[in-house]
Design a protein around this ligand. Sequence first.
Ligand code: ZN
Length: 124
Amino acid sequence: MFGDIQKITKSNLLKGIPWRFGVNWPGKRCEAKTRKGTPCQRPAKLPVGRCRLHGGASTGPRTEDGLKRLAASKTKHGRFTKLEREKAKVRAEQGRIIRRELKELETWFIDNGHLKKNWRKDWH
Ligand SMILES: [Zn+2]
């Protein structure tokens, strides 16, 4: 059943290569001070110059793609995206225009005797 799954060994595991190093590893090392007072010496991540233990908290995604993925993961229904809010504004304005026109028509009908002033009350 598990015959076709390749066993992970030291020689075929690619993950973590930047952290796998020995005494003669030539890369940049973390210079954070340990509790012992000595430098940490783990391989440093390039942008921060500290290892993954001393590099501090993530500052979040920077690339266009990363920001897109973040937005996608945080979006539940998209009702409050910029585009949807813009559409809602347009719909609200249309509603205002329609109600304004209806009010104008109502006053015209009342002024010209087609409707009583409190026609809504006597509806039934
Ligand atoms: Zn470190």
